[in-house]
Design a protein around this ligand. Sequence first.
Ligand SMILES: Cc1cc2nc3c(=O)[nH]c(=O)nc-3n(C[C@H](O)[C@H](O)[C@H](O)COP(=O)(O)O)c2cc1C
Ligand code: SF4
Length: 750
Amino acid sequence: MEALGRIGTSQSCSSSFESHDDCNAGLLAVWHLTRLPILCILAGVFLTLKWWLSRRNSVGLGEQIVELKIPAQTFQPLSKPITEPGISNIQPTPTPVTKPSLSRAKREPKRVLGSKAGRRVSPKSHPNSETASIRIQPMIFFSSLTGSTEAYAKSVQEQLIEKASASTLEPQIYDLSYIDYDDYFISAPESEAGIKYCYLVLVPTYNIDTVLNNFILHLEETHHDFRIDNAPLTGIIGYSVFGFGDREGWPTEEDGFCSQAKDIDRWLAKLTGRRRAFPLGMGDVKADAKARLMEWVGGIVETMSNIAETGSLGEGVIGSGDAVESDVEEDDTEDKVKSTLGDLEDIGIRTNTKTSLAIDFTTTDTNTLKPMVPKTSPTYASLTKQGYAIIGSHSGVKICRWTKSALRGRGSCYKRSFYGIASHLCMETTPSLSCSNKCVFCWRHGTNPVGTTWRWQVDPPEMIYDGAKEAHLKKIKTMRGVPGVKAERFQEAMRIRHCALSLVGEPIFYPHINEFLTLLHNDHISSFLVCNAQHPDQLAALNNVTQLYVSIDASNKESLRKIDRPLHRDFWERFIKCLDIIRSRRYDMRTVYRLTLVKGFNIDDEVSGYADLIARGLPCFVEIKGVTYCGTSTSAGAGLSMSNVPFYHEVQTFVTALDTELAKRGLHYGIAAEHAHSCCVLMAASTFKRNGKWCTIIDYDRYFQLLESGEPFGPEDYMGEDTPEWALWGNGGFDPADQRVDRKGRAIEI
Ligand SMILES: Cc1cc2nc3c(=O)[nH]c(=O)nc-3n(C[C@H](O)[C@H](O)[C@H](O)COP(=O)(O)O)c2cc1C
Ligand code: SF4
């Protein structure tokens, strides 16, 4: 106190106080009054100074801090110009990794590698103002022991920087060995408003103990931890996994090829509430890894731009992540329909002629034509509920169960075995949902439009074609979240190669069927058209198709009446006339009889009758298929039950008997191939043999060459390679490249 008093006397007291004593006493009193505020101000100044100094240091040393925290090979500075982008260029040469100890990593605050982006975003220029604020933050996680996955991960980062849309921020990249899983895999990291995280996980597989085991265990435990929501990562917008493996040591997935990527994919499906943004990709490091990864990145880029546009993953079929549940096959309604109506597949066109088929409007006032399937009708509701997309007012598209199966590597339909069509490249559609039969095994009775003549509005072919493609691809895209979908097949499926005009209804009923076929052929999409042999005029007027079918549901008039219940009174005459047209077109294009066998209806004692019909129409091929039971009340009412479905051995017996009958008539046919999985056998004219071997596969490129040449050509001119050994009669017909599974998704040994 004394000292303070002294300091106080050295200056201003003389003017304020009359004597020294008075002065000291006054100063002391002032000091006592003001000391607290003064001390507080001094402390505040001191603290502010200290904070400013420390901040200045940290800004100046920022780079060093990052260097310390991040292993050099884990982080590519995002602002660095990319000199050698492209997966095709990458050399997965291992780079030495300086790995900080795991315990240290645990103590560190959450590390974010890469910059907080924003440079690409220009909300004003965004096409959709509602979603303009959405930005995707890709987060690449990888694991690598010998460096190759790390190099691939970095190349993915570069690819995304180069190719991703403006709404995608610069990807952050993390080595799973050095991050704290709790920061990213217990809950989604916090983000700025409008930023959505998308996790991309690239991993090898090791059947030895590695960091990946810890990671998978962490995912599993997080899911099972009762204190945590079992889908705690729903905050991210999506995820996708890519696995690297070695087929030399682990040839198939059952042997363990990419098994850890599969596990991670499955756990992430659970943790994210099924937000699989793109199918699990897999690549063989000794063969196709680069190509597969390239496709995967392409898909990711597209998905992210979709998310940015729509703000969500879209209306995908979300994968449950539950192996058992999600491996159950989809319903087989499609098959039922086909077996009922006998697939209606398309007719092709040789030229670009604009010939429309005649419409018989005898009973209709053309001014008051109505839509065939109005949006408010029960038919519309019923079809859309079944998964059909209705195009315009009378066309439909749906992806069949084989397309879904092929996307998951579980086998294609019989057309793969017989004609070389991979089901994931095939679009099934019809430009006419209406039909002139009421077959006993058709599931759509009561709701489907029927009629003997076209009496509805007519939609233009371009509209149907564009609408069908768009709806088909949209449906394919919904498959991207389904477990087991192969990334490369998913990508391939984006280019439609074949069109089966065989869904429901009667495609040649559509007045502009020829123009529609031209549109298909112009895009080199093959056409398989099935008709019900009730419209001879339309059949005669059809242009060239890749393969033309007629359904032969019975061998005689009475049997046909019973089974097809045709609307036309002269149905038998029409039927026979159609067979004669098929004969006349035998040398223009591949013609096929489709026989659907129904026990108790059209098999017994009918072999000879069928042989006569074949002798009449001389088709290039005869497909014989056992009916699929659809179990509707109508079919039950018609006396149809499971007992009417033939066993495959019964179909085989029938085919052998038919073969004998044809030989007796001096007709040169033989049993070429089979697809036991769908109870289907193929007989072929012997002209489809080359050097003693069946060649039922189609050379599609050659077909389009011939079509575009404008010169006449015949069906044998676009004969492709030999029918594969596994598809030949007696060998079952399941493509060994695929994995056959039971209804629970368990592998079946063939
Ligand atoms: C010891 C060992 C075990 C492996 N186990 C599997 C396996 O079970 N399944 C598989 O598909 N690949 C397996 N591979 C192949 C690796 O996944 C593949 O070589 C991968 O590219 C390695 O990636 P990395 O260089 O990033 O560590 C194994 C490789 C090694 C050396
Ligand atoms: S032909 Fe196409 S639509 Fe028909 S079953 Fe095969 S894949 Fe499906």
